[in-house]
Write a protein that binds this ligand. Structure first.
Ligand code: CA
Length: 215
């Protein structure tokens, strides 16, 4: 779990980001203008900042200067290439162009946290333990046999837990863009994971879409 500061003046976007990062197990603090963000950065410490550029009070760049090296993902408006370049040149870790998909945000957040060593090393729920460093799964303390693809699929589901993932997205994330097989491959692997790891109640089928790992 990471402490994340969300700086975004659009309340609906700010709230959407908070809700999604909460679901993936992070704790979020929300602010809606640059001055409030600068005040919080003086008094508190955060593992990551999600930072909009166009803000009332201080803009995103001015807030970033006060962030003292805290990992930062900038939010930029579509087409503002100069904003992206300036942010990265200043040392931002990544940027996202609005509008963005929550799945993309979650992936970028985990990537930055992994680089800065704040990402979770393992995940456990009930009898299941998934060790992300050793790529191993344990059930009731016993190592469970998973094929590499089964493991990757489980890790993607867990890292995006409580978010519905389409079969196509899972196929892309686990098997890659150029995979020739169909989405049936995903269904077969999901069935095996459910049976092997007793995850019938955790891996839910999302009608007409795909799957969701609930925790
Ligand atoms: Ca804004």
């Amino acid at each position: 779990m990471a402490e994340i500061l969300i700086v975004e003046d659009e309340p609906s976007i700010n709230e959407l980001i908070r809700r999604n990062l909460n679901l993936t197990g992070h704790h979020c603090t929300q602010v809606f203008d640059g001055l409030a963000a600068a005040g919080l950065l003086e008094s508190g410490s955060f593992d990551l900042i999600i930072l909009d550029i166009m803000l009332p009070g201080l803009d995103g760049y001015q807030v970033f200067e006060r962030a003292c090296g805290t990992p930062t993902i900038f939010l930029t408006a579509r087409g503002e290439l100069s904003d992206r370049l300036r942010g990265l040149a200043m040392g931002a870790d990544d940027y996202l162009t609005k509008p963005f998909q929550m799945l993309e945000l979650a992936a970028r957040v985990e990537a930055v946290l992994r680089r800065t060593k704040k990402a979770e090393a393992s995940f456990s729920v009930g009898e299941l333990v998934c060790d992300f460093e050793r790529h191993q799964v344990f059930l009731g303390g016993q190592a469970a046999e998973c094929t590499p693809k089964e493991y990757e699929l489980l890790e993607v589901l867990i890292r995006n837990r409580n978010i519905a993932l389409s079969r196509e997205k899972l196929l892309e994330l686990v098997w890659g863009y150029d995979f020739e097989g169909g989405t049936r491959t995903v269904d077969v692997h999901i069935q095996r994971l459910r049976r092997k790891l007793r995850l019938e109640e955790r891996i839910k089928t999302v009608y007409k879409l795909g799957y969701r790992f609930e925790a």
